[in-house]
Write a protein that binds this ligand. Structure first.
Ligand code: ADP
Ligand code: MG
Length: 626
């Protein structure tokens, strides 16, 4: 028998195939099974147009067999088979795809389920096998042919016998070495999991002989091995089913089966798009924050399938960072895959899908916020912080998408509210959207600065997370209303009688205030008479863009530049303490210095800022006690 060399530049090509195209050896099985599925598909498409042919789904299957002793792994199919010429052309010429040709010839009959296109997948078998043998009998032919090759040297073809139409591919696996284990491909459980991983949704049954040990009948305590044929794949992908046929439980089961999370999904989103780009997707919003979610270790991404065959376990490009919590899968027949079918060739299709997915998630969240507030709140508890980061990052370029999804605790409603709800109930004369920052709701409730705004009956949003104020600074306005911290200099409140009085007091005490500022040295930018305090003696506010809360956050970051807010000490002139200060100013400069430091330090404590010198502070308190 004459050995035929491979055509084309194929020696080099085959070397390359075996050594560098695939990052993951186990995919050879995906390739062989995909070819087998294509071969059955071709029979099916032929039967559509040929009335002499019938296609009885029940007769078609793929079978994976192992023989550990002789290190043989075989894949058999009942598909269309190959003629001698086809063996020669499709397997003898690398990068020749019979499947692509078939697709092109049968375009009108929607042969788009066929997976093959590059004419290289078959050769991945040489990554794990020394010798590959293909015995095939084509539809309508009585003779079968055997193609055999041990790699780069070439191949042989000779007539042989085969009972039925179809193809049997036999791999003689390589011997394992210290570095490379090939024995794993003889292990039924390993094979089963590879088939599950990549080929679970192949439309035809993939059968595997699984050996189990069962108690031997009649003899107590003894076992015997029984070989049992199992169908490994689920076949019908749930994402191709009609939504109406599926129950919540079906979606929950899929979530668990796919190990998307250990929790229950809070919400599923089933998408079938058949437009400029075609795809199916099942997405989930998990119930709980994954333990590593806010760490660098967390990897976002969706499973990506091309025609039911897994291409990537985590395709990061399908999700924006602000929706990185979403789990699930996308299947599309329109992807332009690269030759290894592990990556995409150009990402226009993927970008379209990603954009589409993004807007589906957004509208689903908006719907949930509107119709299922409790559910939305539990989602928001788990992932709201990520949305706020989303507003803040990328220079705010996503703020329009995200601003309506934000919620903050409200001083008047005593629960989370949206910005839209806030603005809708703003009294006409209210100029700004007010917010207060602090560690917790309880803490903010006690902030002296909130008194004035709250007294006017205005609603205040409580910012309890570090990111809140930064996100809001990025938003700048919501429905043309500016945000204003209750600690900022100008609260935009209409002046009343009391304000006029305060201004008069300020004028009368100009010298005192100046003296106090001097005593505090550079610690504050100014000491002022407060218009916002009612019951508290003092508070700290900030002039300029950097608020006191931002100073805290920025300085807690690694490599912080010691950012300083321009702090202002405000005094409540209607508080009894002010009388004491005035009298000290008139009679006892040492006392004034003591009081000024005490008041400043108290203001720091209320703000939750560290005292510069706690020992001085306690000494000062002792001084006034004795
Ligand atoms: P592709 O699947 O991308 O076309 P492959 O290298 O995987 O490339 O296969 C090359 C060609 O060999 C296929 O297009 C098909 O025509 C043929 N072929 C491979 N395996 C089979 C099979 N089991 N039955 C019938 N034809 C097959
Ligand atoms: Mg193929």
């Amino acid at each position: 028998m004459v050995k035929m060399p491979f055509k084309t530049e194929s020696k080099r090509l085959l070397e390359m195939m075996i050594h560098s195209i695939y990052s993951n050896r186990e995919i050879f099985l995906r390739e062989l099974i995909s070819n087998a599925s294509d071969a059955i598909d071709k029979l099916y498409y032929k039967a559509l147009s040929d009335e002499n042919l019938s296609f009885d789904q029940g007769n078609y299957y793929i079978k994976v067999k192992v023989d550990k002793q002789s290190r043989i792994l075989a894949v058999l199919d009942t598909g269309i088979g190959m003629t001698r010429d086809e063996l020669e052309n499709n397997l003898g010429v690398i990068a020749e795809s019979g499947s692509l040709a078939f697709k092109n010839a049968n375009e009108a009959k929607a042969g788009h389920d066929i997976i093959g296109q590059f004419g290289v997948g078959f050769y991945s078998a040489f990554m794990v096998a020394d010798t590959v043998t293909v015995v095939s009998r084509a539809l309508g032919s009585d003779t079968a042919y055997k193609w055999a090759s041990s790699g780069v040297d070439g191949y042989t073809i000779e007539p042989t016998d085969k009972d039925s139409v179809g193809t049997l591919i036999t791999l003689k696996l390589k011997e394992s070495t210290e570095d490379d284990n090939y024995d794993e491909f003889l292990d039924e459980y390993r094979l089963r999991s590879i088939i599950k991983k990549y080929s679970d949704f192949i439309r035809y049954p993939i059968k595997l002989d699984v050996t189990t040990r069962v108690p031997k009948e009649g003899s107590e305590g003894e076992y015997e091995s029984v070989v049992e044929e199992q169908t490994v794949n689920s076949m019908v992908p749930i994402w191709r089913k009609n939504k109406n046929e599926l129950t919540d439980e079906d979606y929950q089961n899929f979530y668990a089966e796919k190990h998307y999370g250990f929790d229950q999904p809070l919400q599923h989103i089933h998408i079938s798009v058949d437009g400029a780009v075609r795809y199916n997707a099942i997405l989930y919003i998990p119930e709980k924050t994954p333990f590593d979610y806010y760490t660098k270790e967390y990897e976002k991404g969706l499973e990506l399938y091309s025609n039911g065959v897994l291409i990537m376990s985590k395709s990061p490009d399908l999700l924006p960072d602000y929706y990185s919590f979403v789990k699930g899968m996308v299947d599309s027949e329109d992807l332009s895959l690269n030759i290894s079918r592990e990556m995409l060739q150009q990402d226009r299709q993927l970008q379209l899908i990603a954009k589409n997915i993004r807007s589906k998630i957004t509208s689903q969240l908006e719907r949930m916020q509107k119709d299922e507030r409790d559910k939305y709140e539990s989602f928001y508890k788990a992932f709201g912080t990520q949305l706020k980061y989303g507003v803040y990052s990328d220079f705010g370029s996503n703020k329009d998408v995200l601003q309506d999804l934000l919620m903050f605790y409200s001083s008047t409603e005593k629960k989370l509210v949206t910005l839209n709800e806030y603005v809708a109930r703003m009294p006409e004369e209210q100029k700004y959207i007010y917010y207060a920052t602090g560690e917790s709701v309880e803490r903010i409730d006690k902030l002296p600065q909130t008194e004035m705004v709250a007294d006017k009956g205005y609603e205040i949003l409580y910012f309890t997370e570090d990111v809140d104020e930064f996100a809001i600074k990025m938003l700048m306005t919501y429905q043309d209303k500016e945000f204003r911290s209750i600690s900022s200099g100008d609260l935009g409140l209409a002046p009343d009688e009391a304000d006029e009085q305060t201004e008069q007091v300020a004028k009368d005490n100009e010298a005192l205030l100046k003296e106090m500022k001097g005593i505090l040295g550079g610690k504050v930018k100014d000491v002022r008479v407060s218009k916002r305090l009612k019951n508290y003696p003092v508070c700290l506010t900030a002039d300029g863009e950097i608020t006191i809360e931002m100073e805290k956050v920025l300085n807690s970051l690694p490599n912080s530049q010691n950012v300083q807010a321009e702090k202002v000490l405000e005094i409540n002139v209607n508080h009894k303490v002010f009388e004491a200060v005035k009298s000290a100013f008139d009679h006892d400069s040492e006392k004034l210095s003591l009081y000024t430091h005490l008041l400043y330090n108290q203001a720091l404590l209320i703000e939750g800022l560290p005292l510069q010198d706690p020992v001085d502070f306690t000494n000062d308190i002792c001084k006034i006690m004795v």
